[in-house]
Design a protein around this ligand. Structure first.
Ligand SMILES: [Fe+2]
Length: 482
C-alpha cells in the first residue's frame, strides 16, 4: 500500500519510501500550525492522495503511530478520514480502523434499476462486504454492507504477464452490489465505499430526472486503447448526466486493452454518472467472454423486462432501449423482437413517456467498413418508423455518419478510440447498387470523439457530435419529435 500526505505546508506528495520522513516532517509542522492536512492512501490509478481530510488531531495521532514505528500503514492500517460518517468534513469523533484495506479490481460503477433505484457495483477478490453509504448534501441517507459471491474466473484475456496492472488475470472474484433506493427525481447523490484502513472510493450521480427537466446523455462506442483515454476525457468534460456505451467496450488487442483497463479508463466517468452498455461483437470475441465479463459485470442493468444482453431505462420522460444487435433481432417472433415491440407499444400508450430512443451496436445505415445487416434492418426499421422513434444511435464502424430515413435519424458514432475507418469505404458500391440511399446521409466525419444527446424541458432533442482534436463540435441537429 502506498501512502501520501499533502497540505498547505507540504508541497509534495510523499511516496511510501519517504513515508517515515514525511510523517516526522508532518508531525512537526502540524504540531506548530492549525492547518488541516489532506492525507490518505495514494490512488494507484491517479497517483493522487485520495479524498479525505484529517483533522489536525487525527493527523497527529496517526503521525505518532508512524513515528513510533508501529508500521500499521504497512499492513494497510491507518486512520480513516475524520469523522468517518461525514464526507469531507473534519469531525470530533475519530475511530481507528486498522483492518487491511480491500482492493477493488473493478469499479465502483452505478447503473439505473428504475426511476427510484440504482445499483452500485464493484469487484473484489473477497466475499467480505464493504460499507456503502449514500449522501444527499451533507445528510447521510443510508448505509449498507455490500454482498458478493466468489466465482472462479479461469478465462483471462490476456493473462500471460502478471506484472501488468490492467490485465484480466484468472482467479477468484466477487461482484459486489448494493441497491440504493428511494431516490428523488433529479436529485444529485454522493456515494462512498469504505475500503477499510482509511481507504475510500467516492462518487456521485443524478437520479433520473422527472419528465419536464432537461438532461444530457453522453454516447461513446468502440473504445480501444490508447485513444479511448482521450474520448473518455472529452466526454467527462461535457458533464453528462448518464453515459451510454454503444458496444465494443474493449478489444484485447494488447495487454492494456482489457476489461480491467476499461474500468480504469472510465473510472472518472463512472464516478460522476450512471453508465449503461450495449453489447458489441467484441464482447463475444473470446470463448465465454460474454458470460465471464459482460454478463457477470453488466448484465441485468436497466429496469423491468431487461435481459442480460439488452435492457431499457427511463430518464426524463424518455425511454432508452439498448438492443443486442449481435443476437435475436433477425427474425420476427424472437424474444428480443417481441420485447422491442412491447416496449415501443408501452411508450406509445404511456402518458409519462414522450418517445423512445434506441441504441445498439451494428448500424442499419452506413457506407463505411462493415455493411448493414439488411435482413435485420428490414425487420426492425419498420417498427422504429411505426412507433416514431426519432433517433437511433449505433457504433461498430469507427467513424461518424448521420442518416435520415423516413422520419428516423440514424447515427453511427463508433469514434470512441478504435482504429479510424474510412466512412466512404463502400460509397461507390452503394452508388451503383443502392443509389437511393446516397441522399439519406446528411453528415459524415472521421476522427475520435463522442456524441451528446441534450433533452430540453419540452423533450426537444438536440444531437451534437464532438471531436477530440481541437475539442470542436462538428455536427448538430435539432431532432423533430412528436
Ligand atoms: Fe463492432
Amino acid at each position: 500500500m502506498r501512502f501520501g500526505l499533502s497540505c498547505d505546508l507540504l508541497d509534495e506528495v510523499f511516496s511510501s519510501s519517504d513515508y517515515r520522513q514525511s510523517v516526522a516532517t508532518g508531525f512537526v509542522m502540524a504540531s506548530k500550525k492549525k492547518s488541516i492536512l489532506r492525507a490518505g492512501p495514494i490512488d494507484g490509478r491517479s497517483g493522487q492522495v485520495k479524498e479525505g481530510r484529517w483533522s489536525r488531531r487525527a493527523f497527529l495521532a496517526h503521525s505518532a503511530l508512524g513515528v513510533a514505528g508501529l508500521g500499521l500503514w504497512g499492513v494497510g492500517g491507518c486512520l480513516p478520514p475524520s469523522g468517518g460518517e461525514k464526507l469531507g468534513d473534519a469531525g470530533e469523533q475519530e475511530t481507528v480502523d486498522v483492518r487491511p484495506s480491500i482492493a477493488l479490481t473493478k469499479g465502483p460503477y452505478v447503473q439505473l434499476m428504475g426511476l427510484e433505484a440504482v445499483r452500485l457495483r464493484f469487484e473484489t477478490q473477497s466475499e467480505e462486504g464493504l460499507e456503502v453509504s449514500l449522501w444527499s448534501g451533507e445528510k447521510q441517507v443510508s448505509t449498507q454492507i455490500s454482498k458478493g459471491k466468489i466465482e472462479k474466473i479461469e478465462a483471462a484475456f490476456p493473462a500471460n504477464d502478471p506484472s501488468l496492472e490492467r490485465r484480466d488475470a484468472p482467479g477468484d472474484y466477487a461482484v459486489h452490489e448494493v441497491r440504493l433506493e428511494g431516490l428523488k427525481a433529479g436529485e444529485r447523490y454522493r456515494w462512498r465505499v469504505n475500503r477499510r484502513g482509511g481507504a475510500v472510493e467516492e462518487g456521485a450521480f443524478r437520479a433520473p430526472v422527472a419528465k419536464g427537466q432537461p438532461f444530457r446523455i453522453g454516447w461513446i462506442a468502440d473504445t480501444m486503447y490508447p485513444h479511448h483515454q482521450n474520448t473518455a476525457e472529452l466526454l467527462l468534460a461535457k458533464e453528462p448526466d448518464l453515459v451510454w456505451h454503444g458496444g465494443d467496450i474493449q478489444y484485447q488487442t494488447n495487454f492494456l486493452d482489457t476489461w480491467a483497463g476499461v474500468f480504469q479508463v472510465f473510472g472518472p466517468l463512472m464516478r460522476r454518472a450512471p453508465m449503461h452498455f450495449c453489447v458489441g461483437n467484441h464482447e463475444y470475441e473470446e470463448m465465454n467472454e460474454f458470460e465471464v465479463f459482460y454478463k457477470r459485470l453488466l448484465g441485468g442493468h436497466g429496469d423491468v423486462g431487461s435481459a442480460p444482453d439488452y435492457h431499457a431505462f427511463s430518464y426524463g420522460g424518455i425511454r432508452f432501449l439498448s438492443l443486442n444487435s449481435e443476437d435475436g433481432l433477425d427474425k420476427d417472433g424472437t424474444v428480443q423482437v417481441k420485447w422491442l415491440k412491447e416496449e415501443l407499444m408501452r411508450v406509445e400508450q404511456s402518458a409519462d413517456l414522450r418517445y423512445a430512443v434506441v441504441g445498439f451496436h451494428r448500424p442499419y445505415y452506413t457506407f463505411g467498413r462493415s455493411k448493414p445487416p439488411m435482413e435485420t434492418r428490414a425487420l426492425v426499421h419498420p417498427l422504429l418508423k411505426q412507433y416514431k422513434v426519432p433517433l437511433v444511435m449505433c457504433g461498430h464502424n469507427h467513424s461518424y455518419e448521420r442518416f435520415e430515413v423516413e422520419g428516423v435519424v440514424y447515427v453511427v458514432d463508433g469514434c470512441g478510440g478504435a482504429v479510424s475507418y474510412n466512412p466512404d469505404e463502400h460509397l461507390e458500391e452503394f452508388k451503383t447498387k443502392a443509389p437511393e440511399e446516397i441522399p439519406l446521409r446528411k453528415a459524415v466525419e472521421r476522427g475520435f470523439g463522442c456524441s451528446l444527446l441534450d433533452f430540453d424541458a419540452q423533450g426537444v432533442l438536440t444531437l451534437t457530435h464532438h471531436e477530440v482534436e481541437g475539442r470542436k463540435e462538428v455536427d448538430r441537429l435539432v431532432i423533430k419529435t412528436s
